[in-house]
Design a binder for this molecule. Structure first.
Ligand code: ADP
Ligand code: MN
Ligand code: MN
Length: 173
């Protein structure tokens, strides 16, 4: 499907810096930032609740249906920790941000996450859960998956330049 501007998924473990990155990229590349976890909360795109972690479990179909019409127009930055429920036909690039264990630990502590949630997310990052999910979701496609470190300001600038270059050289069709 032809889109005037590309759609980019920015994924990774909570705390790797997706939202910060997307805000910077949305401004500089003139893309629309879709903060999916916020959409899930505000539009109640869930049917289940995780009592242990005290958070919602997003509903794949509800989230897909909310995103599809927006992505059809192109030029969207999808900011979300999950990717398996999305279609390669809706996306042009997948970016997986990564952070070192100690970096992520500090960021999540600063967020005042409960210890169990900090631990669960740090483990998910160590086991590269989000990266593997994206690789599996798009393994039979020619989707480019960029795994980029995001531990500090310098990393973020490099990642921004890389993705800005992708947006500049994007050819519709
Ligand atoms: P996510 O959306 O993936 O959960 P956030 O963008 O909310 O992550 O970032 C988590 C925390 O890490 C925030 O306090 C943010 O300021 C910080 N942060 C994000 N990116 C960087 C970076 N490149 N260097 C230093 N701190 C960062
Ligand atoms: Mn976020
Ligand atoms: Mn598919």
């Amino acid at each position: 499907m032809s889109r005037p501007k590309p759609n980019i998924l920015v994924t990774g473990t909570p705390g790797v810096g997706k939202t910060t990155f997307c805000e910077a990229l949305a401004g500089s590349a003139q893309l629309e930032h879709l903060e999916v976890s916020k959409m899930v909360r505000e539009r109640r795109l869930y049917k289940e609740w995780d009592d242990e972690l005290d958070c919602s479990i997003f509903d794949e179909e509800m989230v897909y249906d909310a995103l599809e019409p927006l992505l059809e127009a192109g030029g969207c930055l999808v900011d979300f920790h999950s990717s398996a429920f999305l279609d390669e036909g809706l996306l042009d690039l997948v970016v997986v941000l990564r952070a070192e264990t100690s970096t992520l630990y500090d960021r999540l502590e600063r967020r005042h996450y409960p210890e169990s949630k900090v631990k669960q997310n740090v483990e998910a990052e160590i086991f590269q859960t989000c990266l593997d999910e994206a690789r599996e979701a798009f393994e039979e496609t020619d989707m480019t998956i960029l795994e980029l470190p995001n531990d500090n300001e310098e990393h973020m600038q490099e990642a921004l330049e890389r993705v800005q270059e992708f947006v500049r050289s994007y050819q519709p069709g």
